[in-house]
Design a protein around this ligand. Structure first.
Ligand code: BMA
Length: 372
């Protein structure tokens, strides 16, 4: 290969590589582009710790200013904050877990001011039956596609989502970038958008329609789009419902450890395998890998963080890991939580993980200036 050719092919390679490492929305705001670029850069180096509904409530408390179970244990807020839009489609003033949207908006602004990353999921009701997201009778996905009997209704629902997202602004009037995680766990059968409820082509079309509607019709340009399955057995399973590279920024999966400590070895093996497959999926498609939800209900193993979670995840490229919500006591009397609260059995071990330096929380992330 002569030098000139080598140089030009190097330039070509660099050009296409740079191009590939941009978010899908060509009109994305500067902060949104920066978020994509920085998450891409941090992948494989650091892991941002996230927690669903973190500043809203925890075990034994609700709506206390500046409080967070993660902060109670480590002294810092998490780096990533998840919230859910479920029921916004109905025009309700609070979501499916009773969090008022006005509060969510305020938490998002505060989180952004701290330099945090915001991700929104949407447990939207079944548009065909009026039931919840778990009302998994088939037919709902087909009904909201263009030409379907509920497409007009679905557009109205998206208008409400767009209205909420369009009000998220920082102190300089700039839009706050949001990672929007749509139709999550779509390889499972429990949601109306799941694998037994629609064909791969139908869900792909729904994904493309939704992103096109938000981006091109509603002109929202501060979103990164996260596509995620639940735990998966093969690359083929993960890709079965993937809508294509031009429709996705962040690729991920959700995984929960079930049962008890006896499951540690089995969980470790599955976690390891899925993280490895996701590394390769993200690398070959120039996407950002993320662990979009995880948890071990009530963390009954006091050393789980440093003997199961950290040893596995630290060798992979997911740039963030979002633990599910510390709902606290349900009416049934069962307390639901996935990160320790102050005094919980795994809190000392969680602190040990926090001190490892591999996992970033509020302050570690601030140093990375992810919106610049
Ligand atoms: C589930 C549980 C439910 C909650 C739902 C949506 O996994 O936490 O209590 O309603 O997520 O947030």
């Amino acid at each position: 290969m002569n030098f000139k050719f080598a140089l030009s092919s190097l330039c070509l390679f660099a050009f296409s590589a740079i191009n590939a490492q941009e978010c899908i929305d060509r009109l994305a705001t500067p902060e949104t582009r920066a978020l994509f670029k920085n998450l891409y850069r941090l992948s494989g180096k650091k892991i941002l710790f996230g927690h669903q509904d973190d500043p809203a409530y925890g075990v034994g408390w609700k709506y206390e200013a500046e409080r967070s179970d993660i902060r109670d244990v480590t002294g810092e807020f998490p780096a990533v904050y998840g919230f859910d839009l479920g029921r916004i489609e109905l025009g309700q003033d609070h979501n499916l877990d009773a969090v008022p949207f006005a509060k969510t908006k305020q938490y998002i602004r505060e989180a952004y001011d701290r330099g945090g990353v915001i991700t929104l999921s949407w447990h939207l009701n079944n548009p065909l039956t009026g039931g919840t997201a778990w009302d998994n009778k088939p037919g709902a996905v087909a009904s909201i596609l263009p030409g379907g009997e509920k497409n007009t209704l679905y557009r109205a629902w998206l208008d409400r989502v767009a209205g909420f997202i369009g009000e998220l602004k920082g102190s300089k009037g700039e839009y706050i970038p949001v990672v929007l995680r749509l139709f999550h766990e779509l390889n499972g059968g429990w949601f109306w958008w799941g694998k037994n409820q629609c064909s791969p082509d139908e869900i792909k079309e729904l994904w493309q329609f939704t992103i096109h509607y938000l981006k091109d019709e509603k002109k929202i340009h501060h979103l990164l789009f996260a596509f995620n399955t639940d735990r998966f057995n093969s690359r083929a399973e993960w890709f079965e419902r993937y809508p294509g590279d031009e429709w996705v920024d962040i690729v991920g999966f959700d995984i929960y450890q079930a049962h008890d400590i006896k499951e540690n070895a089995a969980f470790t093996a599955f976690f390891e395998k899925d993280l490895g497959m996701l590394d390769s999926i993200a690398a070959s498609h120039h996407k950002i890998p993320a662990l979009t939800e995880f948890g071990y209900h009530q963390i009954p193993d006091s050393n789980w963080w440093t003997t199961v979670f950290l040893p596995v995840i630290r060798n992979h490229n997911v740039v963030y890991a979002l633990a599910w919500r510390n709902a606290g006591a349900h009416e049934s009397g069962v307390s639901e939580y996935y990160v320790p609260y102050k005094g919980q059995g795994s809190s000392a071990d969680f602190k040990k993980m926090y001190q490892s330096g591999k996992i970033l929380f509020e302050k570690g992330l601030q140093a990375e200036n992810i919106y610049k």
